[in-house]
Design a protein around this ligand. Structure first.
Ligand code: NAD
Length: 353
């Protein structure tokens, strides 16, 4: 048994079908009198439905959440929050909407209830990224950790197939890196392995039957486990590369994670034998990086960064930025090997590890 430190983040988690009905009670438990409901324009109807469910306890709906948590949007939401006398937030959506709720909590300490509708996992973390004048800064503080998370599988039944796959791969990436991050520990490894196994199997079932409630339930449960890995564990090269690529070339979040993961894992494989054993069990394959690549490709996701619009000469730039301020990684970062990793991810070469 390795020596380890385990950090459990406090959160109340409710999981199931139709769990949204519990929102008014959960809000009352937190002592919130009036909650501002947050969402994005495409999910406005879901936001309105929550406001209707809350009745007197609703401070209305703010539907302008957007990617990267721009400070201007947070300020506009803050104005509505204060004007309407809100003392809590309810966020329904993916990482972008949850990010706005966290930004309000950072400024007000208001309690948050989150109803996640993607698999990205922000709801279980104390991490917040914010963008001001084009620059994204990230911080970790318990002030932004949502108090209550209501996972309602019903919202995910309509998650479009392409988002289901890439968002699921985004979740899997959290768990893969938790297996070999500096903060890895046996408890998180249990969650990581089960989270990956549940998601890999469920993503295949959901592809065949997008509205299958049991497959959707397994996928969301797996995503929760992966989210705990992100919140309580650590990350490594894969997440670093995705942050560099997202920030430097404005590449989409979940799609970038989907493409990079098999290659980052192939890079680290020789340095993480125990993680590879767990990943062979979780994916049911002797070559887990290949299995993850195939899962993405067979499901119709882009597997080459060039197909997301990354220029070829960006490879060298991405290597430089990665090496300027690297994260912990189990295998030392070598410029030439990183260049080869990114070239494979750029061109969509199938890894054989
Ligand atoms: P997203 O929140 O940007 O959502 C993408 C789009 O899909 C939005 O228009 C959203 O309204 C829509 N959508 C969401 N759920 C839907 C559903 N069930 N049906 C139909 N449409 C739906 O995407 P995301 O991948 O969840 O989040 C990405 C963002 O979250 C990134 O900015 C990333 O940095 C951040 N993130 C933060 C953390 C953290 O710990 N702070 C963790 C993971 C992701």
């Amino acid at each position: 048994m390795q020596d380890f430190t385990y950090i459990g983040l406090p959160a109340r988690v409710i999981f199931g079908h139709g769990t949204t009905a519990r929102l008014p009670d959960e809000l009352a438990k937190l002592g919130v009198r009036k909650a501002l409901v947050l969402t994005t324009p495409p999910q406005a109807t879901q936001g309105e439905a929550l406001a209707a469910l809350l009745g007197e306890a609703s401070a209305g709906v703010f539907t302008e959440a957007t990617m990267h948590t721009p400070v201007e949007v947070t300020e506009a939401a803050m104005q509505v929050f204060v004007e309407r006398g809100a003392d809590g937030v309810v966020a329904i959506g993916g990482g972008s909407t949850i990010g706005l709720g966290k930004a309000i909590a950072l400024r007000t300490d208001a309690p948050q209830i989150v109803l996640p509708t993607t698999y990205a996992g922000s709801e279980m973390t104390s991490i917040i990224g914010q963008t001001e004048a084009g620059k994204k800064t990230t911080q970790k503080t318990l002030k932004v950790l949502p108090e209550t998370v209501i996972y309602d599988v019903d919202y995910t039944l309509t998650l479009p197939p392409s988002m289901t796959l890439t968002s699921g791969m985004n979740a899997i990436a959290h768990a893969v890196e938790a297996l070999y991050a500096e903060e890895s520990n046996p408890v998180l490894s249990l969650m990581a392995e089960d989270g990956i196994a549940k998601l890999v199997a469920a993503l295949e079932r959901v592809r065949a039957a997008p509205q299958d409630p049991d497959a959707r339930s397994d996928a969301l449960y797996g995503a929760w486990l992966c989210a705990v890995c992100l919140g309580s564990g650590g990350v490594a090269l894969h997440h670093k590369l995705c942050h560099v690529l997202g920030g430097s070339f404005d590449l989409p979040h979940a799609e970038t994670h989907t493409i990079v993961l098999p290659h980052a894992l192939a890079y680290n494989a020789p340095a993480v034998p125990d993680a590879m054993v767990a990943l062979r069990r979780a994916t049911g394959s002797d070559t887990p990086a290949t299995a993850l690549f195939d899962l993405a490709q067979e499901g119709g996701a882009a597997v080459a960064l060039r197909d997301l619009g990354m220029p070829e000469d960006g490879i060298d730039r991405a290597v430089e930025i990665t090496l300027e301020n690297p994260y912990f990684n189990p295998r030392p970062l070598e410029a030439e090997a990183l260049r080869a990793l990114l070239r494979s991810a750029w061109s969509g070469t199938r890894p054989e590890v």
